[in-house]
Design a protein around this ligand. Structure first.
Ligand code: NDP
Length: 401
């Protein structure tokens, strides 16, 4: 039976997730789209193939979210606002007894610190209330967790190393812009790099290195091209090393163009990426938030972005006593994404898994009380839906190497 969702946030990712949900009325019977700026919800709703209700909400305030949930009575709240809103929205879901999904883990505004501890602390309360939270249902985190779970289920007896590689071979034609929320993006890439070494629960730990200090060239499959990829911290490693404790090394790599890195360095050098408040003309402002206000909105980049993304997971380990390596990846074309839903591929590759994660919960395939990461569920139905709903993936599986 078709269910009802409340989607919070009306940016680039939400546009894709909302339009994709609207295309599946048999699952998403009714959709309410709410955000801080309701006009953005209305603009997205106007593109949809059927009516979508809109509302205004400040999701920093759990009480406002709870009131909206009581009014709308959704079966699931999809949080596609910003990581800062994760906890207030989870609180509102707890209060009203409604399932929860998001695409990025909570981080406090005052420190760029990405970890699941704050959200995992809700496990017992969600379980006791009988409601389900699905964390990180985007591409990375999200599809990359599911790729790892799928390889663990079908290709390996034991996975020993994973390298998550996120290449954006697209060009938006702007001097400097970020592909998703600029504030979150710049906090993420400016953070110290951490990668996992050792076995979880024994000698394993995250090893810290300077941001962008390790990089190498990576040739993408299917003619996407060769790009310089930089090692950085990314949140899915935290849950993956716990859920697959045979992993002895986990690394995350992302491609950046020299121009992006040069601009970022200058912005850092002049203090524009600071997240502590400064006083300007008698008013407190956070330089990074001010910078966000002058940069292009990611949702506006779709019309000019050309090229492809290639995001995947390379795993090494053993199968039947032999060493092996496998690579599961997905290639997405910016212009095709724009033609379908008016958004570039970064929003597309995040919004589609958000819709599929919601579908998994609503259909009961991935629903159990508690707080879960994507790899805690059977990867197969999600992998099938990626193929069906716009993100076909491939596997390179040399049996031995
Ligand atoms: P945008 O900045 O484009 O959109 C964010 C939206 O959230 C805006 O509509 C904004 O409203 C709204 N919002 C912000 N604060 C509040 C609030 N207090 N109450 C209600 N609404 C609020 O971001 P993106 O669409 O690029 O990213 C959305 C999320 O997806 C982020 O959490 C990001 O980290 C995550 N993401 C995850 C990826 C993955 O692969 N897992 C990849 C890319 C992004 P307003 O317009 O008024 O500012």
């Amino acid at each position: 039976m078709a269910k009802k969702v409340l989607i919070i946030g009306a940016g680039g990712v939400s546009q894709v997730a909302t339009l994709k949900c609207a295309m599946l009325p048999e699952v998403f019977g009714e959709i309410t789209l709410a955000s801080r700026t309701e006009s953005k919800c209305k603009a997205i709703a106007a593109r949809a193939n059927r009516p979508i209700k809109t509302a205004q909400v400040d999701a920093d305030d759990a009480r406002q979210v709870a009131e909206l949930i009581r009014a709308e009575k959704p079966d699931l709240v999809m949080n596609i606002a910003l990581p800062y809103q994760d906890l207030p929205i989870m609180d509102a879901c707890l209060e009203t007894g409604v399932d929860y999904l998001d695409t990025a883990n909570y981080e406090p505004r005052e420190t760029a610190k990405f970890e699941y501890s704050w959200q995992w602390a809700y496990r017992e309360r969600f379980a006791a209330k009988g409601i389900c939270a699905l964390l990180g249902s985007g591409f990375d985190p999200g599809a990359t967790n599911v790729f790892t779970a799928w390889m663990a289920k079908h290709l390996f007896d034991e996975i020993e190393t994973i390298d998550i590689v996120d290449v954006n071979g697209g060009n938006h034609g702007k001097a400097f812009a970020t592909n998703f929320n600029p504030e979150i993006n710049i906090r993420e890439v400016s953070a110290k790099c951490r990668h996992w070494e050792g076995l979880y629960g024994k000698d394993g730990k995250f090893v810290e290195t300077d941001p962008m200090s390790m990089h190498k060239s990576f040739e993408c499959p299917d003619g996407v091209g060769t790009y310089e990829i930089y090692r950085m911290y990314h949140e899915e490693m935290e849950s993956l090393v716990q859920n697959f404790p045979t992993i002895k090394r986990a690394q995350f790599w992302m491609s950046f163009s020299p121009s992006y890195l040069n601009h970022l360095q200058v912005l850092k050098d002049v203090g524009m990426t600071r997240i502590d408040p400064i006083v300007y003309n008698g008013v407190e402002i956070v330089p990074l938030q001010f910078l966000k206000a002058v940069l292009p909105e990611p949702s506006t980049l779709g019309s000019t972005t050309k090229g492809k993304t290639c995001i995947g997971v390379i795993a090494e380990g053993t199968k039947d006593g032999k060493r092996k390596r496998a690579y599961v990846y997905q290639v997405c074309d910016h212009e095709e994404s724009f033609r379908e839903v008016g958004s570039q591929a970064i929003s597309y590759t995040t919004g589609v898994p958000a819709m599929i994660g919601a579908k998994m919960v609503l259909e009961g395939k991935w629903r159990k009380p508690g707080v879960w990461n994507m790899e805690n569920f059977d990867p197969d139905p999600f992998m099938d839906d990626l193929n069906k709903y716009g993100l076909p993936w491939k596997v390179q599986d040399p049996t031995e190497y």
